[in-house]
Write a protein that binds this ligand. Structure first.
Ligand SMILES: *Cc1c(COP(=O)(O)O)cnc(C)c1O
Length: 388
């Protein structure tokens, strides 16, 4: 009905546009795309904001997210570059410390609750003694938080625990997985994925010889989202392609420079640049009718998990560098370099200023001349498109 009565329909990424036209061929002429964005003022952390404020080249970043394109020159400038790296790395460490304080306080609280009520805590770590309960912020930290729908495959990275733990144990690379999210109350399969995540904690801990921890933060909301996207070292997104229309939590991570590890779905097909913004894994290529299925047997767990295990060692190697004993915080240089390039490439594009400007021009909504000029500037940052 919506397609019939409206004169236009918007997809929220380039790939989503192709898929929507495939789903509704009779309305293909009405369907176009404006790629989503997130509100940079909401999602850039306080510590990152303070760091950016210290550089005249980034002046006005609050009003104009396009300013972040200058981060590349700033980074390469012999006089300013080292200072920028140091400020940015320090801000990241602060955000990680905030996240770990939250985690450690939460784990201790759950442990006390267990002693008082005999109710199992939502995290296996809370059932260990105090010494084991303190999580180490120097450990490579992967974040995952979103609605628990089956197509988002939150449990994909734990599909083959043997393969995952072999990477971790052989190289002695510790990892912390921080997960959060809610399922719709009526979504029974979605809720069972949450249970599966919580139930794998102990097994992961045991098989990785204590090197891998999986923590679930209950009551996911925007506050927790903001803390996570700034505090983790990489953001994981593992939906079944092409079912993630856009995905926005990964953009929130990118606003803080945090690289994504993602399936080439939704916005990531536009935001991924090899070696510069993060990593890709899983199926790619043209989308067939059968790929649109959300049925359990067509979710491609085995294939996409294997692809993820293939790239994981490269990521860990880049984070830890060559020193095995002590993680080289501040992050090993190539890791920090990539985060800085991520800022300069993706913040100017995946923000709501640019998105709103594109909507205004597509639907010929008029603004006073002064604002119109500002909108033109934002439109010049990127043009969403939908290839034929
Ligand atoms: C951003 C956000 C979402 C949406 O995340 P996706 O990656 O688009 O699924 C859901 N819930 C909260 C609290 C968020 O902040």
């Amino acid at each position: 009905m919506a397609m019939t009565v409206n004169r236009a329909a918007n997809s929220v990424s380039r790939l989503h546009c192709l898929v929507t036209r495939q789903q509704f061929p009779q309305f293909a002429h009405k369907i176009s795309a404006i790629t989503n964005g997130v509100h940079h003022l909401t999602w850039i952390s306080e510590a990152r904001a303070t760091a950016f404020n210290a550089f005249p080249a980034l002046q006005n970043w609050q009003r104009d997210p396009g300013v972040f394109a200058r981060v590349k020159e700033l980074h390469q400038d012999p006089a300013q570059g080292p200072r920028f790296r140091s400020y940015f790395g320090e801000a990241w460490r602060k955000d990680t410390a905030i996240l770990y304080n939250y985690l450690n306080t939460m784990l201790a609280r759950h442990r006390n609750q267990k002693l008082e009520t005999w109710i199992d805590p939502p995290n296996f770590l809370s059932s260990l003694d105090d010494r084991h309960c303190r999580m180490d912020p120097r450990v490579f930290t992967i974040g995952f938080a979103r609605r628990f729908s089956t197509y988002k495959r939150a449990d994909l990275i734990f599909d083959d625990l043997d393969a995952l733990c072999e990477i971790i144990v052989t190289n002695h690379w510790p990892i912390n997985f921080i997960f959060a999210g809610k399922a719709h109350p009526a979504d029974e399969p979605g809720k069972s994925v949450i249970k599966l995540i919580i139930d794998s904690q102990q097994e992961l801990y045991k098989r990785s010889k204590g090197l891998a921890n999986l923590i679930f933060i209950p009551n996911y909301d925007m506050k927790i989202a903001k803390m996570m996207v700034a505090g983790v070292h990489a953001w994981l997104n593992s939906p079944k392609r092409p079912l993630e229309a856009s995905g926005t939590s990964g953009m929130k991570a990118a606003m803080n420079g945090v690289p994504n590890i993602s399936i080439m779905d939704g916005w990531w097909a536009e935001g991924y640049h090899e070696g510069l913004t993060g990593w890709k894994f899983g199926a790619e290529g043209p989308v067939a009718e059968a790929d649109l299925s959300e049925s359990p047997e067509s979710l491609l767990y085995r294939e996409d998990a294997a692809s993820l295990y293939q790239i994981l060692p490269t990521i860990l190697q880049q984070f830890y560098g060559n020193e095995q004993a002590e993680p080289s915080h501040p992050h090993h240089c190539p890791f920090l370099d990539q985060a800085i390039m991520n800022l300069s490439l993706n913040v100017p594009i995946f923000n709501t200023h640019r998105m709103a400007a594109e909507y205004l021009s597509k639907y010929k909504l008029r603004l006073p001349p002064a604002q119109e000029q500002e909108m033109n500037h934002f439109r010049a940052l990127y043009t969403s498109d939908c290839p034929e």
